[in-house]
Design a protein around this ligand. Structure first.
Ligand code: DC
Length: 249
């Protein structure tokens, strides 16, 4: 065998690097990578880029909270009715499909990809995410979705609660102004032309709720690597993280 690849490697622990430009085979251990941090910090951009480079599955855990919030809004459930929200979360059948560049979110068989990004769903998602019963139901779904190794999951509690034994834990931060600007630009690309101050205020409100709730609030896991992305481009962040991943492989 000319590749120099050892045949004794266990197939479930390693996979070929699918996007390698190199003619030689690169083997990487299949890891679980947790990316946490506040809104607008670049978690999902990083997660998607990493998934493309490593050929891993990318799971946007926020999309599951958003889908649960969507179901609650559609069914007219009051956002302060914890018990009913818990039931909604347990009942919701959420499926994430598609490649990292074209993710689709299905709720009870219906494509809700666009609806879960509407401002009212964004607001409701951070409200329902406060409810402990909702979190329990969503954590169960996330663990099920990510039970294979070779997975990247982003969220608020992935390194602390969903996958506390993740091989790589990253905690992204950035100044609130930078995050608001990124989110504003993202929303403009999606066709929402809201004033910057409004987008910034909404982001701050959700952030405050995510950081201050009683049930698994947004905090950095002790063993997570902190990356301040304020002055970094997406490429800079990806390069830094690929170095970290390589060192753990
Ligand atoms: O990442 P996002 O903005 O799409 O997440 C939507 C909301 O869901 C966010 O306000 C916080 C909540 N969330 C959470 O509490 N825990 C996660 N692991 C992911 C998201």
């Amino acid at each position: 065998m000319k590749t120099g690849v050892k045949l004794s490697i266990h197939p479930s622990s390693f996979r070929l690097h699918p996007f390698s430009q190199s003619p030689c085979l690169i083997l990487m251990k299949r890891l679980v990578i947790a990316i946490d941090g506040p809104s607008g910090v670049g978690k999902s951009s990083l997660g998607k880029a990493l998934a493309r480079r490593l050929g891993y599955l990318f799971i946007d855990s926020g999309a599951v909270y958003r889908a649960v919030a969507r179901k609650a809004l559609d069914e007219g459930v009051a956002l302060d009715d914890g018990a009913a929200l818990g039931r909604i979360a347990r009942k919701a059948e959420v499926r994430l499909e598609g490649d990292p560049d074209h993710p689709r979110v299905f709720l009870d068989g219906r494509d809700v990809t666009a609806e879960i990004r509407l401002p009212e769903t964004s607001h409701a998602s951070s409200v329902v995410a406060v409810v402990a019963e909702v979190r329990e139901a969503v954590v169960e779904k996330l663990r099920e979705m990510g039970r294979e190794v070779g997975v990247i999951m982003d969220g608020r509690d992935i390194g602390t609660k969903v996958f506390p034994a993740a091989h790589v834990k990253l905690f992204l931060e950035a100044s609130s102004d930078v995050r608001a600007r990124r989110r504003w630009e993202e929303e403009r690309l999606r066709g929402r032309d809201a004033p910057f101050d409004q987008v910034s205020a909404e982001l701050e409100e959700r952030d405050r709720r995510d950081r201050n709730r009683a049930a698994t609030p947004l905090v950095k896991a002790d063993d997570a690597i902190l990356i301040d992305t304020s002055a970094m481009t997406a490429e800079d962040v990806l390069d830094r993280v690929l170095e970290i991943v390589k060192s753990r492989s």
